[in-house]
Every structure is written in C-alpha cells, then in structure tokens.
Design a binder for this molecule. Structure first.
Ligand code: SGN
Ligand code: CA
Length: 559
C-alpha cells in the first residue's frame, strides 16, 4: 500500500504555486474560480459520484426486493433516505465501456463512438469532470476506468485506477507514475484512496468532484475474506423463470450467459474439485486466484472449504446442481456488494463528520444492471428489464427533499447535464440527456419530460453472444429489434408480463400498439440521430423469418 503520494504532491503544488496546478491543456487559464469569492465558492456543491460495476437494482434494498431484505445495503439506502431514489432509471447500452462513456459525455453510444467494450475511448473528448475542473473544481478519479489504459488526458487533477477490468485481490494500480501491484482488496483500496484524497490531499478552498468507481460486484464475484461466509447458508428466492426455455425469443435462446451452463465452476462459482481438496474446478483465467498471497489464499480456502466439501459430497447433478449454483452465485455476488456498501458508509460518515454533507451531492449508481438468475442468467447486455435498469440514488440536502421517489424515466445520458446544472454551468448542446434537477426538485417531472426511453446494444460477436438490438420502452410496453444473424422483433406488455416471457409480436390484438411503438422508435432514432443498424421499416430478412416460421410450425419453441 506504499503508493507514492503523487496526489499530495500535486495538491501542495497547487497550494504553493497556482501556476503549476494540473489544469488540462485546453483549460481556460482564467478559471472562473479566480474571480469568485471564498463565500461564493463554498456555495457551489461538491460532487461525490460513486459507481459500482454490474450492481443489479434487485440487490439494492432501497428498491424493496426480496433479495434486498435478505442482503440489505443500509448505506446505499441512506442516500435514498436522505434524498431521492429513481424508480425508473435506465441505461442506453447495457455494457461497461459504452455506459461509462455515456455518463461522462451525456451522449448515446453512437454519438461518443464507444459502442463496444475493447474500443479505445478518446480521453480528450469533452466530459463533465473536466468541464467542472475548468471552472475551478478540483477533480479526482479512483478505481475502474476501463475506457482506455488510463484516464491520462481526460482532465482529472488526480487519478489512480485499476488496470482494465480490475482484479479483486492485489490489483494492478495505474497512476501517472506507472503501474504497480498493490496488496489489498480492491473495494477497500479504492475507498482508502478516495478518503485519503478527501481528507489530506485536496485543496479545501475549492469545491470538488470525486469519482469513486468500484470493480465489485463484477465477475468473478470474489468477496473480501471478512465477508466470504456472510451469506453461505442463506436461501435466496429462486426467480420463477430460472429454468426459462426461451420460447419465441431466438436471441434469448442463443445467448451464452446461463448460470448452470456457461459459468465457470472454479473461476466464477469458486467450486472445488472434490471433498477435502482446495483445488478449484475449471478456471479459465487463473490469475484472479494465483495473484493472492499465500495467506489470503489460505484464509479463502479455509472459509469455503466446508461448504465446498458438502457440495462435493452431495454429488449434485442436473436441476439440483443448477439450484445449488444459483445459491452459490448469489451468496458470493451479494457478499461483494457488502464491501461496496461499507465503502459508501465510510464516505457518508466522513462527509457527515466534517459537515461537508450539507453542500455535497452524493450519487450512487452502477454502470448497468445485471441478471441475478432471471431467465437463468448472469451478465447483462439485453434490453430486458434487469439489465436495462440500473440503481440510482442521489442526495443533496436543501435541494432534494428526503425520501423523494422519482417515477419519471431517467437515463445515464442525464448525469452529465445534472452535474453541470447543479454546478451552475450551461448545458452544452451536444448533450442528449436532461438535468435531473428538473425531476428531483419537487419529485415531479416537467410536462415535456421524456415518456419513452431508447436503447441500443452493439457488441456482437462478443462475450456471452448477445445479438445486437435496439428498442423502445414506454411505461407499459417494450418493443425491440434484434439484427444481424438473428433478425427478429420482440414485443412485451410489461403490465401483464413483467418477466418478459411472452413475445407477443405476432399477437393479432397487439398489432395497433406495435405499429404505434414502431412509429415512436422511428422518432426516437431521428431525435437521437441514430442510424446504426437496420431502419425500423426494413423488413426482416426472408431467411430469418422463414426459419422462425418453420421452427414455430415444428413446435420447436414450445416446451
Ligand atoms: C469480462 C467478463 C464478462 C463480461 C465482460 C464485460 N468476463 O469479459 O463476463 O461480460 O467483462 O463486462 S471475466 O470473467 O473476465 O470477468 S463489463 O462490465 O466490463 O461490460
Ligand atoms: Ca459493468
């Protein structure tokens, strides 16, 4: 943990010699802050933006799910209690890189250009933290970046990031000085870095924006040693569609993100070869475990041994094994969330102790939602509810009333304009979202707030084999178009079919509604300037349609 105090050096430099402050090249040299009095300065809110990776809203107790009752998140809930919970919060493309680029720029994937993971984000693009920095804010980023090797050039005064996806144990940490392996647990390290900067390194005379980006609860779901046993033995409720057969949903059928078929038993589920052994079953990427110290590994093995031995002795197969895997997935995933929730608590406690909470906006969100066994799945990507939604809570005393419940549909394109707005900056016209101030100030959306949300997923071929698709969600219905080698429309009535099991695209009684939704989709694609993929009125290819009809006639999709 002996990291060089680069940030401290930068902060001292700023204090002593304003001319050597780490302003980005393109920052105006006459930052507005220089003309504001300390009194005005204090009135601009600080921003604490906390984002985890792959945190399902079903696993945030403020959202009121059964899982939340068994595995509560008291500190994330605290933010909701102190301020607002967004009950209809959605992403624009349910994947890490694209989502992060969207939050930074306020644009849909096709506009900022980062449509799939693995692309390289152009760090010099406009982003909201840099815009605040140019107006006198101090800005810092700790944790996962995953848009590029590092955030070099993105405008942060201080940064310290995880390499790529980030590792849970002893992660590689990249700073402006280079890259080192740091002993510790990623969620705790990122929290320590953040609190060190807040307490000791920033300039207390300036407003700040800090981005705290956790790796957890992303795959491969490794909890901190202290939480490893937390939920072993808890029986989580099995989703009613855990054994989904994907009837009438060819893209859902073709995915590779099934808990009982596609998860790696060693890597993801931490299962061992046999009773008495700590040898992991199939582990496609052994580095997550081999990088642990012998002490960490011994502590890990000791805590899971009895549970793994019992599983091996029971010699489970088929349905029983699938059910066991669901419980193991849940107890590990949710235990990684515990450390995230503790981290949120540490940050909130510090803000309250210093009184800074009074003038600080705190946001908790995730880069997208996640499946916790619904349709048999882990991962995300699909426009179905669990990965389309993402948790979002926000507090700002005096500006957001405690316990506000926002029903209006919001999307991650709205974050950038929100921060600009609260910081008193104009909302630039390349931004495609709207400031959430408009919906949180009295909990009501203005009359011209969006009614429908637009979504577009691109990454195919790719991990988990989810086909490209776009779609629209209204308050009641959802229409999606998959394209590429699976070319198909899907339509759901979320009121009667919230689990999206019945694709009613061919239901004669729904054709009027479907035509209206297609029209909305045409309008949304024009509004957001998206011409990627087939046009809404492009017919499905004869090949795909013929195959679907033939399969339906053969009863292939009816179990
Ligand atoms: C990794 C994961 C995948 C996951 C992608 C994208 N495999 O490749 O399961 O879908 O990240 O996730 S892993 O075992 O190597 O973790 S994202 O959050 O970055 O979009
Ligand atoms: Ca993610």
């Amino acid at each position: 943990m002996d990291q060089p105090r680069i940030a401290l050096a930068a902060a001292l430099c700023t204090l002593a010699l304003p001319a050597c402050a780490t302003l980005p090249e393109d920052a105006p040299r006459h930052a507005a802050a220089s003309s504001t009095t300390p009194q005005e300065e204090r009135q601009r809110p600080n921003i604490v933006f906390i984002m985890s990776d792959d945190h399902a809203y079903q696993a945030v107790s403020a959202y009121g799910s059964d899982i939340g009752r068994l595995a509560p998140t008291p500190n994330i809930d605290r933010i909701a209690r102190n301020g607002a919970i967004f009950l209809n919060s959605y992403v624009t493309n349910s994947l890490c890189g694209p989502s992060r680029a969207t939050m930074l720029t306020g644009q849909f994937s096709h506009m900022h250009g980062f449509t799939k993971n693995g692309q390289k984000f152009d760090n010099s693009m406009w982003n909201w933290p840099r815009a605040l920095g140019q107006q006198g804010y101090q800005t810092a980023l700790f944790g996962k970046w995953h848009l590029n090797y590092s955030p070099e050039g993105a405008g942060f005064d201080t940064w310290k990031v995880l390499d790529d996806q980030g590792k849970y144990y002893n992660p590689d940490i990249i700073t402006p000085d280079g890259r080192t392996v740091v002993e510790g647990y990623a969620t705790d390290l990122v929290t320590d870095y953040s609190l060190e900067w807040l307490k000791e390194e920033r300039d207390p005379g300036k407003p700040f924006a800090i981005l705290i980006h956790h790796k957890a609860p992303h795959r491969n779901f490794m909890p901190a040693i202290r939480h490893l046993q937390k939920y072993l033995g808890t029986e989580f409720p099995i989703p009613t569609n855990y054994f989904d057969h994907y009837d009438g949903r060819p893209a859902a059928e073709a995915q590779e993100m099934n808990i009982y078929e596609d998860m790696y038993e060693g890597h993801d589920l931490h299962m061992t070869e046999q009773a008495g052994s700590s040898e992991l079953r199939f582990d496609r990427w052994p580095d997550d475990f081999t990088r642990m110290t012998p002490e960490q590994r011994a502590a890990w093995d000791a805590r899971l041994q009895a549970n793994n031995d019992a599983m091996n002795e029971a010699d489970l197969h088929g349905r029983d094994l699938a059910l066991w895997k669901y419980q193991r997935y849940m107890n590990q995933y949710l235990a990684t969330v515990t450390a995230v929730d503790e981290s949120v608590g540490r940050v909130l406690d510090w803000l309250e102790r210093t009184g800074l909470d009074e003038n600080t906006i705190v946001v908790y969100t995730s880069d997208q939602g996640f499946y916790l066994g619904e349709h048999g799945w882990f991962d995300k990507r699909f426009m179905y509810e669990e990965s389309l939604r993402t948790p979002l809570v926000m507090q700002y005393p005096g500006h957001i009333a405690p316990g506000t419940r926002v029903e209006a549909p919001v999307q991650n394109v709205d974050y950038a304009p929100t921060f600009l707005d609260f910081a008193g900056l104009p909302i630039r016209d390349t931004i495609q979202g709207r400031s959430l101030r408009e919906v949180v100030d009295d909990g009501e959306a203005p009359a011209d707030w969006r009614e429908d949300i637009y979504y577009h997923y691109y990454e195919y071929p790719g991990f988990h084999s989810v086909r490209a698709h776009y779609g629209v969600r209204t308050d009641r219905y959802k229409l999606m178009r998959f394209y590429g080698d699976i070319n198909a429309w899907e339509f759901y009535d979320l009121q009667t079919d919230p689990n999206e099991m019945h694709n009613r695209i061919d239901d004669p009684s729904m054709q009027g509604t479907i035509a209206e939704l297609k029209q909305k989709l045409v309008e949304l694609r024009a509004q957001y300037k998206d011409s990627d993929g087939p046009a809404v009125d492009d017919p499905l290819s004869a090949v795909a349609k013929g195959r679907r009809d033939a399969e339906a006639a053969a009863g292939l999709h009816h179990h």
